[in-house]
Write a protein that binds this ligand. Structure first.
Ligand code: FES
Length: 571
């Protein structure tokens, strides 16, 4: 690897290095920089601001603060654009575009002359995309996030996106909230800059990033509008200059041991199931497979401690006031590998010990009195999910965690939209709702459609939860007895594609089993009749790349060729 620094790094190819540097200087001087400035370590800053991304509304202010930190430490900050995306503004799904953002970040970090880079993540897919890109580029990198929104309120009730979005929409569907009021509520759920303030994917990914050591301590939970958010950004900029000098690369921080710490924290915070997919993708970039059995085992030993919606009662600003991730880490300290190196240049143990003592608070339970014993996310296997499926048991109705029922099958998102609310739908509360063809290829982009709404006629009778299965994902802000990420997905010919109305399905979360009670012979017969949906291929553009290369959930839905070690067999 070249030892060139700053402006001399990675010259454009004109066949004459001296000329390439001369030309580069000529153009950068057009920005008004002095020679002194150009001799400093160059710190890139990923500008993920977008007018479509409210979760990144405060990025311009953060860039100012990061630049201040870089300059106070003697570096030259240079921000540059990378793709930004918001969950509600990305068709078909943000997951479909996540790998494009990761490719953008990787290539622009590598292509441009920077000695270190500050990654500004926030909305769900942006944090994993930036970490995936940074892991592959392996230039010294430090992450910060836009931070959670503060809560809103409606008629005296505290509201948070998007657990309360779903809850209140459910009430609207059941006829309890009228059209005018639901419209009014839409103006109160997301009251300003920042990310969803429940334990959704954005909060989860921020916390596991801090736990993995890629973010300065405390950064995950500081609200977007709090002055500490800017101080953290400033400190991040200053530290970026130091990691450039130390050549502290992502590969020295993100490894199997820190990934296990991330899995522990994912379980202890009751994190989003999306965290499993994203961590698997990051692992693939680092050269190892994400171990679902390990996640399950760590989960069995790690209780859920954080009392946040959707499985608890508080919001991210409450976790911030409770001391943030450090308070959680202290409770599970003995379960963590504390020797892991972090972006501070010190170990996780040193970071924990450097934080002020914990005070009395009620957002993080003591390990002796958890919210839920035995982890938030459980791995399921069985003839319906040979390569695995997961359930967020901490957010499910307990009585449904062991359940046998009759399948009511929807063959696609469109089929579900057409028939779910029909008064003629043959469905009862103890049936199992099954959604097919909503996986990585099927939808495409593995949408957060796993939270299949309760059919209208059952919702009107007061049914709040049912066992629901799919190859889709679910927003971390949702709740219910919902089995997700069934692999292989239906569109790839997995057994999920073979389920028919009336089949008996058995879920046993304690045993980690998901079973389809249909004989092997009958499944063989159905498989012989099966053909893939016609849409799972494309002739050109990003869609072609996506369909040709996307892997299943257990590989994080990354593109095969982007893994450190691409799999030799893929279809
Ligand atoms: Fe951006 Fe929820 S929509 S974090």
């Amino acid at each position: 690897m070249s030892k060139a620094k700053g402006m001399r790094k990675g010259l454009a190819g004109y066949g004459d290095a001296g000329f390439s540097l001369f030309l580069r200087k000529a153009f950068i001087k057009a920005m008004g920089y002095s020679d002194d400035a150009l001799d400093r370590p160059i710190i890139g800053i990923t500008n993920t601001y977008s007018g479509f991304n409210a979760c990144h509304r405060n990025v311009p202010d953060m860039i100012e603060a990061i630049k201040r930190g870089v300059m106070l430490a003697g570096g030259l900050p240079v921000d540059f654009p990378v793709i930004s995306m918001h969950e509600a503004f990305t068709n078909p799904t943000s997951m479909y575009v996540r790998n494009l953002m990761a490719m953008d970040a990787e290539e622009m970090i590598r292509a441009q002359p920077m000695d270190a880079v500050v990654l500004i993540g926030g909305c769900d897919k942006t944090v994993p995309a930036l970490l995936m890109g940074a892991a592959s580029a392996d230039v010294p990198a430090i992450m910060t996030v836009t931070g959670p929104m503060i809560t809103g309120s409606h008629k005296g009730e505290r509201l948070g996106a998007c657990t309360d979005c779903r809850r209140l929409w459910g009430q609207h569907r059941a006829g309890e909230i009228d059209e005018a009021e639901i419209e009014e509520i839409s103006g109160k759920l997301a009251p300003g800059a920042g990310t969803c303030m429940v334990m959704g994917t954005a909060s989860t990914m921020a916390l596991v990033t801090e736990a993995m050591g890629m973010m300065l301590p405390g950064g995950a939970s500081i609200p977007a509008v709090h002055a500490d958010r800017m101080r953290h950004a400033e400190a991040t900029g200053a530290r970026a200059v130091e990691i450039a000098a130390e050549n502290l690369r992502p590969s020295a921080i993100m490894n199997k041991a820190s990934m296990r710490n991330a899995m522990r924290v994912l379980q202890a915070v009751g994190g989003s199931t999306n965290g499993v997919v994203h961590l698997a993708a990051i692992a693939g970039r680092l050269g190892f497979d994400f171990d679902l059995e390990d996640l399950d085992q760590l989960g069995a030993e790690t209780p859920v401690l954080v009392d946040l919606k959707p499985s608890g009662q508080h919001y991210m600003e409450d976790l911030f006031r409770a001391g943030g991730l450090t308070t959680v880490l202290r409770e599970i300290q003995d379960l963590l590998d504390q020797d892991c190196m972090t972006i501070t240049g010190r170990t996780l143990r040193d970071n924990i010990e450097a934080q002020p003592p914990t005070w009395k608070q009620d957002a993080v339970r003591p390990i002796s009195d958890p919210i839920h014993q035995g982890g938030g996310i459980r791995l399921l296997r069985g003839n319906l999910a040979p390569n695995g499926a997961i359930i967020k048991q901490a957010a499910a109705t307990k009585s449904l965690l062991k359940h046998k029922g009759r399948a009511v099958v929807f063959t696609s998102l469109a089929d579900m939209a057409d028939r779910l609310d029909s008064p003629d739908l043959d469905v009862a509360a103890d049936d199992v709702l099954v959604l097919q063809n909503a996986g990585p290829k099927g939808a495409p982009g593995m949408p957060e459609a796993g939270y299949i709404p309760i059919p209208k006629k059952l919702a009107a009778q007061g049914v709040k939860d049912m066992v629901r299965l799919s190859d889709a994902r679910m927003s971390g802000t949702a709740f219910g007895a919902i089995v997700l990420h069934i692999s292989p997905e239906a569109a790839a010919g997995g057994p999920l594609a073979l389920v028919r109305d009336g089949d008996e399905i058995e879920l046993d979360v304690e045993a980690g089993r998901l079973s389809l009670h249909v004989t092997d012979e009958e499944l063989e017969r159905r498989k012989a009749e099966w053909s893939p949906p016609s849409h799972v291929k494309a002739e050109r553009g990003y869609a072609k790349l996506y369909y040709d290369e996307v892997l299943q959930a257990e590989d994080g839905c990354d593109f095969n060729f982007l893994r450190a070690k691409p799999r030799s067999l893929h279809d």
